[in-house]
Design a binder for this molecule. Sequence first.
Ligand code: HAS
Ligand code: CU
Length: 572
Amino acid sequence: MASITYPQSAEAPATPGTLKLVQRERAMIGAHIITALIALLFGIFMGPFQTFHRSPTFVQYFPTIPVFTFYYQAVTVHGVMNALFFTTFFIVGFCYFVTERSLQRPIKSVPMGWAAFASMALGLVLMLFTILTSPQQSAVLYTFYPPMIAPALFYIGLVLLALGSWLASANIFLTYRDWKREHRNERVPLAVFAILVNFIVWCVATVGVALEIVFMLLPASLGMLKVTDPQLARTLFWFFGHPLVYFWLLPAYVSWYTMLPRQAGGKLFSEPLARVAFVMFLLFAVPVGVHHQFSDPGISASSKGVQTLLTLVVSIPSFMTAFNVGAALENAARNRGAKTLFDWPFKQKWNDPVVAAQLAGMLLFVAGGFSGLINASAQLNATIHNTSWVPAHFHQTLGGAVMLTYIGILYWLLPAIRGRALFSKRAALAQVFTWLIGMTLFGLAMGEAGLQGVPRRALTSQAPYLTPAGAFWMDVTAISGVILLISSILLFVNVIGTLFFSRQPMPGGEVPIETVSGDRSSPLWLERWGIWLGVLGVLLLIAYGPVVAEVLDFQEGWNIMRFIPTSNAPMP
Ligand code: HAS
Ligand code: CU
């Protein structure tokens, strides 16, 4: 393994001007972040064109839009590239960086890190190849389940992405194990604590989707299976699909909890409280996937009720985050002279793109979080399920809080990787605020359209049943698309500018990484992972045991028998 020396003093990397990456770090983290951006480049520009395509007025004047006319292909590229590939590459790269810096040691195995990267990158290439060369067959959306079946390479691409991410998880777990051996009675830094939670959740959740792909989708795609069971596949998919959203969110929380207070000029209110929030994510992020299946037949009302309850519980750590991080921001503002009850939001560093991006993300998350709570109620869900309300919700959470926080991170991490200053701070600020305005409008318009019955993922711009109000809100969505298109261009101008045209040296500044072990007031037993895994196992049994029994239809004989390839059993 390439040997690198990390500064011995815990404070060393935090002194101004020392955010210099060693070559090995620059290569590994840079490869992940840049590949993430390549995936994003494919995905991001599909979005605005979908809003145009869905707007009745726009379509009246421009009936065909080249390339983007293939609506389902464009939606698939948008979802798969943005939500699956961009996020995974970004998260792995960012989490390596935070783990190395916080623990003051390189990741356990550099070759394993590269093997993981190669697997994920090959997955990306196969996926792009498949989507671009077989547009019709592979337009199965980012929520891939039967009866739609894509070409085998689509699933192989996904398997390679998952395999790579498992290797990356193993690398992070082993790095932590080595650190822990040398620091028996110390608390692992909060950032790494959160990262460990995130990758544990990921490893548990991906078991569901791996089963779906390996035993159902891939054999069906290869023609080895003639039967399928959408009910079982959807259950396996959402076992993964919900925790996936926390896999995106927790790295953003790493930034909010462990970097933003310092970037904003304040102090985190309570570190033990933060750890409790992360433990709650570990326990409750997985056993709630059925809240995506409230309209599915074959799952009993009682199972849906249990998972509604658990979904409400998993929103609690986000409320805890709002108070904890909110108090840190208030503290920052007071340090800068805020005096009254309501002046602290205005006394933030709104002119610093790194901070402003994260604050803007939080504002969107307030709306996105509350729309999530509406979705979570099984009764209210019936009014919004499969309407454009749902994309409104996830563009405020994923496209809002998560994306803006990743952008905030990018605005310091990309300069660090490149060793040059950010190309344009003004463009970055303009990008952040256009994104905030565009996504706010998008959320409002898509949400309102959803309440008017406009379906999601359907090209209804000329459907006769579109109400005038629905049509109006879809037109407003197209306006938000224009704003978001400008914002996306600004983002890539800065990315390309920073990589190729920035001549300024990287400014000295604080590395937003905690480098000391955790707060002594945090109980050490919070790090007893075995206990939490045990509790998670019990929760999964309670939440998913009955669901699995229901979807496998045990009364009628195990319908899993249908999946034995040679049985030729007819579909019931
Ligand atoms: Fe969700 C569907 C329920 C959070 C993403 N969600 C989706 C889908 C996606 C998604 C992608 O129960 C669609 C999947 C598909 O394609 O079908 N979601 C919830 C609930 C929460 C939630 C209860 N979702 C997220 C997050 C996501 C995400 C996070 C991505 C990152 N969601 C649902 C349900 C559905 C669903 C149903 C299925 C709908 C259907 O029928 O299909 C909660 O975890 C949310 C809790 C969050 C809060 C907000 C806390 C606010 C904070 C900000 C603090 C602000 C401060 C002020 C401090 C309660 C932390 C700052 C100060 C300044 C000065 C600026
Ligand atoms: Cu969910």
